[in-house]
Ligand binder design. Structure first.
Ligand SMILES: [Zn+2]
Ligand SMILES: [Zn+2]
Length: 236
């Protein structure tokens, strides 16, 4: 995924149709608002209707989060470049991921917007349910899937934070640097966003000791109230 220039201001136009274009944007709180009730209802259902005890629910839930983190890594590493053979596939990849690489600081495009998000989530639920059902364990998906969803919310929020703010804790700094380097140095490394676990496992971690840190550049890349105001003025 190479672009002539990475834009730290402005936004990609994804559709000519203004209504479709509007549907490509969202805010993290909208997505949290969408999935938090689903997570709660599924967990409640696991306990009250299916009679799973807390231990079982907890284990299935954690497995869901774990599977999400691997999924996040694999899709970021393999699915996006893999599909980009034909013109049409390239457009699709640009729509779902490439635009973020060209405009990494577009805050409205850090989460999948509600409509496609819900469709994709439903497909995944059915898929997991189908797989689990092969082992006669379909009911566990009601406790597993909320973990998968929370993993996604954590990932999306981390991603937002990485592009918006400085790391709140020192131990989180490698995560920040791993993703900034993925954007600005080499898109073939540093695929993990919510954790660097799989980058370590599969050997795609940046050597953070060797990479020199450019403090000014990092500062420049944060969303700040001032630049937002300037951006709004420029757009209007
Ligand atoms: Zn990013
Ligand atoms: Zn990427």
């Amino acid at each position: 995924m190479k672009f002539e220039k990475i834009h730290n201001k402005g936004q990609a136009r994804l559709f000519n149709n203004q209504y479709l274009e509007h549907l490509t944007k969202t805010h993290p709180l909208v997505i949290w608002g969408l999935y938090t009730p689903i997570i709660c209802i599924m967990l409640y259902y696991s306990n009250s209707a299916l009679g799973f005890n807390t231990g079982r629910i907890f284990f299935a839930f954690l497995s869901g989060m774990f599977v999400w983190s691997l999924f996040e890594y694999l899709i970021h590493r393999f699915a996006f470049p893999y599909f980009a053979e034909s013109e049409r596939a390239k457009k699709f990849v640009y729509l779902i991921h490439g635009n973020h690489h060209e405009y990494p600081r577009d805050k409205e495009r850090l989460f999948m917007p509600p409509v496609p998000s819900l469709i994709i989530a439903s497909v995944f639920f059915i898929l997991f349910f189908g797989i689990a059902q092969l082992f006669d364990a379909g009911q566990y998906v009601y406790a597993f899937f909320p973990g998968f969803l929370l993993g996604y919310l954590a990932y999306g929020s981390m991603h937002y934070a990485i592009h918006a703010w400085n790391p709140p804790f020192k131990w989180m700094k490698p995560l920040w640097r791993n993703h900034h380097l993925h954007h600005y140095k080499n898109t073939e490394l540093g695929f993990g966003v919510s954790s660097t676990l799989w980058d370590h496992v599969f050997g795609t971690m940046f050597d953070l000791g060797k990479e020199k840190e450019d403090k000014e550049k990092v500062q420049e890349l944060m969303f700040s109230k001032q630049t937002n105001k300037r951006e709004i003025q420029e757009q209007s």
